[in-house]
Write a protein of this length. Structure first.
Length: 462
């Protein structure tokens, strides 16, 4: 990215925003409250504001990275994930987790929607593939995503017998991709119907019967405010969506809003993966024409999925410092949705005095089988001559938290309905990857954005 493009993006961060302490009394009510300011919130604000609704976005963080606000994402871990900084997998700042997004956009597969019916595990999605696919074009536009540049000749579209295709990836490189969503927020905050409030950490959603009526907000300085709207949408990320519903427990919802059937926080999923970096040379050839970023779904929709999960192969080639080329081979694995893997409230507190989330998260026998299969596949791809010198690395997460508020047609099977409305409520919705009943081996961002557009369309009709 050249200096001119970088400075243009920095200039775009001049986002019209407010602080709660600067608002008038009339500013604390609107038609729609959106909690969070990431990609899903952007879509919802953009579409609902354009339809005439007065929209208020409540962002816990500020325009730039703030260690104090980011620390509110801390969580206690009882997990196979050993990263002490897993809370950094989501961001509390304008633009949300797109600041650390890798830009990959593998789409959901039809088989992912029917894992219970087809393969006997997990839960089926309550919607059809076309319900998501029809919004992928919109999502790619929002995320500046398209198939990787370059030509992949037919004779080069196979590697070790595996079919390859250009990866769908954000065309924004590096730092530009990190700035992308934050830089787009002026598109919504410049609209007369939309207001963005920063340093506004929502601590609780107040309910009156089956209606969400107020959001209790606190600033870093300790000032407290209340915002109201007839429609409230929670778009705070895969962990914080769950946590806020749990923090909002009251005498009518003693274990959290939407937890009548004990599904809130359960079925948490990540994406374990197996990866290796290989030098291109005589022992490892990577001649794929001019395409450098590729996917393969050959290990995804396999015939043994009743025994082990979906696996997505990604291959990325780059020029090595000092000459030559290197290739990353990464096999991202599905994790089974299980009720034992869950988010609960901890005894430890954050800086605002609220309980931290605690993640209970371990691999099932099926997950272990998927990782073993991915490991075998990777060794086949890199060749036996490299086995002694190149050892794959296994990670237990890809920073893709999902599940926890899964959608289900019936309240007994999940937390939200097929659009994201929390079961048992009239006007409280959830957006983001926490809705996913299963996570396949697809990257969650594009699908979460597509579902947010679907929700916006639904709300405009009702």
């Amino acid at each position: 990215m050249d200096r001119r493009h970088f400075l243009k993006l920095l200039g775009a961060l001049s986002v019209p925003l407010c602080h709660p302490g600067l608002l008038r009394a009339s500013d604390f009510s609107s038609d729609v409250l959106i909690i969070g300011a990431g990609a899903c919130a952007f879509v919802l604000a953009r579409e609902l504001g354009a339809s005439g609704a007065q929209v208020t976005i409540l962002e816990s963080g500020i325009k730039h990275y703030s260690p104090w606000h980011q620390a509110l994402n801390q969580l206690e871990m009882n997990s196979v994930i050993r990263e002490t900084d897993y809370h950094q997998s989501t961001r509390r700042q304008l633009g949300g987790t797109t600041w650390i997004w890798g830009g990959l956009c593998a789409p959901i597969q039809e088989s992912d929607l029917q894992t219970r019916t087809r393969f006997g595990y997990g839960a089926d999605w309550p919607i059809r593939l076309n319900d998501i696919q029809q919004h992928y074009g919109y999502a790619r536009e929002i995320l500046s995503a398209a198939p990787a540049e370059g030509q992949l000749p037919e004779e080069k579209s196979r590697f070790q017998g595996v079919r390859l295709e250009p990866a769908v990836v954000s065309r924004q490189p590096g730092v530009a991709r990190a700035l992308m969503m934050a830089a787009r927020y002026p598109e919504v905050t410049g609209h007369p119907n939309i207001r963005l409030i920063v340093d506004a950490s929502v601590r609780k959603i107040q309910m009156e019967g089956d209606r969400a009526t107020l959001c209790e907000v606190q600033t870093q300085a300790g000032r407290r405010h209340r915002f109201s709207a007839p429609l409230v949408i929670l778009a705070a990320g895969g962990v914080q969506n769950v946590r806020l519903l749990q923090l909002s427990a009251d005498r009518h919802y003693p274990t959290g809003i939407g937890n009548q059937s004990d599904h809130l926080g359960r079925h948490f999923m990540e994406h374990p993966d197996v990866a290796v970096v290989v030098d291109v040379g005589e022992e490892f050839s990577a001649d794929w024409g001019s395409v450098r970023n590729l996917f393969s779904f050959d290990f995804y929709n396999h015939s043994e999925r009743h025994a082990y999960g979906a696996i997505l192969l990604r291959m990325l080639k780059w020029d090595r410092d000092g000459g030559g080329e290197q290739v990353l081979l990464d096999l991202m694995c599905e994790q089974e949705a299980r009720p034992e893997n869950r988010l609960v409230l901890s005894d430890k507190k954050d800086a605002l005095g609220d309980p931290l989330p605690r993640l209970e998260h371990h691999l099932s026998l099926r997950d272990e089988a998927t990782l073993r299969q991915a490991h075998r596949r990777l060794k086949q791809l890199i060749g036996s001559r490299l086995h002694s010198s190149v050892q794959p690395v296994i990670r237990y997460n890809s920073h893709h938290p999902s599940g926890g508020t899964r959608m289900a047609e019936h309240p007994g099977d999940g937390v939200t309905d097929l659009y994201g409305r929390v079961h048992g409520t009239r006007n409280l919705y959830v957006a983001g990857s926490s809705l996913f009943p299963s996570n396949g081996a697809f990257h969650p961002t594009m699908t979460a954005v597509a579902l947010s557009k679907r929700l916006a369309d639904h709300l405009q009709k009702t």
